[in-house]
Design a protein around this ligand. Structure first.
Ligand code: B12
Length: 306
């Protein structure tokens, strides 16, 4: 079986091009390597490293022209031109045709860029109708079943963290388990959308480190230095109403051991990385609570004080 995992291009007035490594997909590849070594999993970053081109402003945003009608030279002239950041859809389709995957997994992290994900799903279905389209990521975790109700070109979704769920999905595809037993899987059956319950993913310290082997190291840099993402904890002890992070990572704040984080930093250093970018949702909570001796706060969030 062949799986292609895609980080999609995005379309917007601006982008933050410094922190684009698709680490979530690389976690999935690493988990599959361990539990399904016979499955060929390839990560395709169709966003970073493919430049940008100007495209016309979508109709819904036309009204902005009144406010940003001319290009100025300040750093705030961000909203003048509208761009496609990343690989063109045509090239992406060609890459899919070359890879001929049985499953294409598309990362849908951002609600504002879900249109791009849907477009890829429908292009893939046109050229490879037998290929299963699977979506995961923060937007999918927030919208859940609605996606399968609205978009026929999407066959499956995975809600929540993907490592265990993706491996269980591969087991299902191989006929080794039932569809109902795949954690967090959304699918259609007998004209209805079904959503399986989300089970916790693997323990963070037992999880394989992300497999960046399909990525071009030089695409991710800070200045001239190769950069790599690192995630030392998942979820967040706070419950801010504006943040959707618990919908993906659950309510349990989990931290990795210092030992495993150091091992990952050493591995990245050996691979040539010189900047490590921590992408935790809350990197300083523990330090702050510990520093101010707030044992009650730490207990409340089940953070040990060692
Ligand atoms: C790094 C990051 C960025 C980077 C881009 C990362 C990228 N790869 O493109 C930058 C800094 C550019 C960025 C920008 C924005 N971001 Co941001 N970002 C993050 C952050 C902090 C970490 C992402 C990450 O690497 N997570 C860790 C990995 C392990 O998790 P993951 O990628 O989600 O993958 C796991 C699961 O989701 C799932 N999964 C993911 N993909 C797939 C695919 C398949 C097939 C399957 C089965 C499973 C699966 O399995 C993975 C492993 O468990 C998240 C918060 C968070 N904790 O995720 C916010 C987050 C994704 N960002 C968010 C937002 C809104 C934005 C902006 C749109 C904000 C804005 N309005 O400007 C901007 C876009 C600006 C722009 N035009 O560039 C929101 C998205 C919410 C939503 N529903 O839209 C988040 C969740 C923050 C939040 N708490 O609300 N962001």
């Amino acid at each position: 079986m062949k799986v292609l995992l895609v980080q999609p291009p995005i379309q917007d007035f601006y982008e933050t091009d410094l922190r684009l490594q698709p680490i979530g997909l690389c976690y999935l590849k690493a988990a599959a390597r361990r539990y399904h070594p016979d499955v060929e999993v390839q990560v395709l970053d169709a966003h970073q490293g493919h430049g940008r081109r100007t495209i016309s402003v979508p109709q819904e945003l036309e009204y902005l022209k009144r406010y940003y009608g001319f290009r100025d030279r300040t750093p705030f002239s961000t909203f003048h031109n509208y761009y496609h950041f990343g690989m063109d859809f045509e090239e992406l389709v060609e890459r899919v045709l070359v890879a001929r995957p049985d499953v294409i997994g598309i990362s849908a992290l951002f609600s504002p860029y879900f249109r791009e994900v849907v477009k890829i799903a429908s292009l893939v279905k046109k050229v490879l109708p037998q290929c299963d389209v699977l979506l995961g990521g923060s937007h999918v975790s927030a919208m859940k079943g609605e996606i399968l109700e609205l978009y026929n070109d999407v066959d499956y979704i995975i809600v929540g963290e993907g490592e265990r769920a993706f491996c269980e999905f591969l087991s299902f595809k191989k006929g080794l388990c039932s569809i109902e037993s795949v954690s967090g899987l959304g699918y259609r059956s007998q004209g209805r959308v079904h959503l399986n319950e989300v089970q916790p993913t693997y323990d963070l310290d037992e999880m394989e480190m992300p497999d960046f082997s399909d990525l071009n190291l030089s695409d991710y840099r800070v200045g001239t230095k190769p950069m790599s993402f690192l995630i030392s904890s998942r979820s967040c002890p706070h419950k801010c109403s504006f943040c959707s992070v618990h919908l993906t990572f659950g309510n349990r704040y989990r931290r990795r051991t210092v030992q495993s984080i150091l091992e990952e930093i050493e591995l990245r250093y050996r691979q040539g990385v010189r900047v490590v970018d921590f992408e935790d949702d809350n990197l300083t909570f523990y330090t702050a609570a510990h520093k101010f001796g707030d044992i009650a706060l730490m207990k409340r969030f089940e953070v040990s004080s060692d």
